[in-house]
Design a binder for this molecule. Structure first.
Ligand SMILES: NC(=O)c1ccc[n+]([C@@H]2O[C@H](COP(=O)([O-])OP(=O)(O)OC[C@H]3O[C@@H](n4cnc5c(N)ncnc54)[C@H](O)[C@@H]3O)[C@@H](O)[C@H]2O)c1
Length: 457
């Protein structure tokens, strides 16, 4: 009963409580919906603001291109998207700009391809030191020990030269670099070098020396302004030529290796881009370059290593008459002076946006030492600096693309930009050995001698 009566007395209260609860829950629902609406509005506004800020930021970082170039315009929008791909966006771009800005009045802004390579690293430093802007480009491939390329990169970095890691076949990257920097010159040294390796990996020569060169020139020809191009050909284009010394007008249609054939193709390609698009083109035929920070695949370099390790070295003689093989060994500083001289005398390209306006400069020069030395003599000089006798094996030169003899006539380079080699093989190898023992941390008589020598200086 009690239970029943109390139940009957509280019926009105229960319905009031239920209504109150319903009302409260309604209020809660209304409040949470409002809160949700308010917060999503806020989120939308914040997103819009961030998007606008990003657009503003990127617009400031990407200067507009010439309206005449629709291709280039396409690349501007692409570059917005791909900026994050090639590096840390704005930071990367800042490094590109800073490195390529000249520090002297009327200084050049030079794109150096193959900048982590032997010749490229030396040229980049020389240009930077005199106040030019230099931007490097290199794919750091493993044809020879990439740690040597990284060490050169560090050296360049310490002189404010930035190397973009990329391939000359990457047209998008090249367009992006030209979008950022109006390069006045390209010093094109990136290539698959080496004569013997062409029998192992022939397609790497086609990829870098033919396709890569075309890819680079395609971008250069459509750039506005068009840069002047100075690039590395090779003495190997003389191939089976027997006219001595080798002159630029001699035959170059009998290459002895695929490497030589791709360099010869490069000369023909250079002619085409000069003829059709008005690109100023200068080809430099280097003769066996050697020196500090050199290439481990070259004889003077691996002879040094093998002599120090007590290993046999092969000294080649020719098939005809057992004459010793000889080379016009050219010291790196002389080559650098030749490259800089060629850049300084390169005329402007005449085209713009892919159209030729007038005839443009087209040149080719030998850069050699004009004094061939036999490989036997080279070994003798190394023996004396290293204080170790070489274990020589005199054998006939294998038929792998090497030629028996090179000798440069450099009178044209002398006439046009005062090129005059000044370092003989003995003086150059002394500097190379000093660098070698220092870089690889080798104690040798050569090191002691070099210390004594520098104390006397
Ligand atoms: N050193 C010589 O005796 C000699 C003689 C004649 C011609 N050359 C020419 O001079 C130039 C420089 O030679 P080097 O001795 O400094 O050689 P190197 O191999 O030290 O330098 C070439 C650089 O180019 C880079 N590279 C190669 N293919 C590339 C690609 N597709 N994209 C981007 N980077 C690439 C390599 O990583 C390397 O760092 C080359 O064109 C070479 O053929 C050299």
């Amino acid at each position: 009963m009690q239970y029943g009566s109390s139940g009957g007395g509280g019926g009105g209260d229960t319905s009031k409580t239920t209504k109150l609860e319903r009302y409260n829950s309604y209020i809660r629902r209304v409040n949470s919906t409002k809160l949700l609406q308010a917060s999503s509005k806020l989120l939308f506004r914040v997103t819009l603001l961030v998007a606008l800020l990003l657009i503003f930021f990127f617009t400031l970082n990407y200067p507009p291109l010439s309206p005449s170039s629709s291709h280039a315009a396409l690349h501007t929008s692409n570059s917005l998207l791909s900026s994050a791909f090639y590096g840390a966006g704005a930071v990367w771009e800042k490094q590109v700009r800073r490195s390529s800005t000249p520090r002297r009045p009327n200084g050049f802004s030079v794109l150096v391809t193959g900048a982590a390579g032997f010749v490229g690293s030396h040229c980049s430093l020389a240009l930077k030191k005199r106040g030019d802007g230099v931007l490097g480009l290199d794919n750091f491939n493993s044809y020879y020990d990439p740690s040597l390329k990284r060490a050169r990169q560090q050296l360049l970095q310490s002189h404010q030269v930035f190397i973009v890691e990329g391939d000359i076949n990457d047209a998008e990257l090249l367009h992006k670099l030209f979008d950022i920097v109006p390069f006045s010159h390209i010093l094109h040294l990136a290539a698959q070098a080496g004569v013997r390796y062409a029998m192992q990996n022939p397609l790497s020569y086609v990829a870098s020396n033919v396709a890569g060169f075309v890819s680079l020139l395609e971008v250069a020809k459509s750039a506005d302004p068009q840069p002047a191009v100075v690039w590395a050909s090779s003495s190997s284009v003389y191939g089976l030529n027997t006219q001595i010394p080798f002159s630029e007008s001699d035959r170059t249609d009998r290459p002895a290796s695929l490497y030589a054939a791709t360099k010869k193709a490069g000369e023909a390609i250079a002619h085409t881009y000069n003829h059709i698009y008005g690109l100023s083109m200068t080809g430099l035929r280097f003769f066996t370059v050697y020196g500090p920070w050199g290439r481990p695949d070259m004889a003077y370099f691996f002879f040094t290593k093998d002599i120090l390790h007590g290993k046999d070295i092969n000294v080649y003689v020719t098939h005809e008459g057992d004459k010793e093989v000889a080379r016009d060994f050219t010291y790196i500083d002389d080559i650098v002076r030749g490259c800089v001289g060629a850049l300084d005398t390169a005329e402007k390209s005449t085209g713009s946006g892919g159209k030729k306006r007038a005839a443009a400069q087209l040149r080719v020069y030998n850069l050699g030492n004009t004094a061939p030395v036999t490989v036997g003599k080279l070994v003798g000089i190394l023996e004396s600096y290293l204080g170790v006798r070489a274990k020589k094996r005199v054998i006939k030169m294998p038929r792998n693309g090497d030629v028996p003899f090179t000798h440069a006539n450099v009178s044209q380079a002398y006439r046009d930009f005062g090129y005059k080699p000044t370092t003989d093989l003995a003086a150059g190898l002394r500097k190379f050995v000093k660098w070698y023992v220092g870089y690889y941390g080798i104690e040798s008589r050569a090191k002691k001698e070099n210390h004594e020598q520098s104390a006397d200086d």
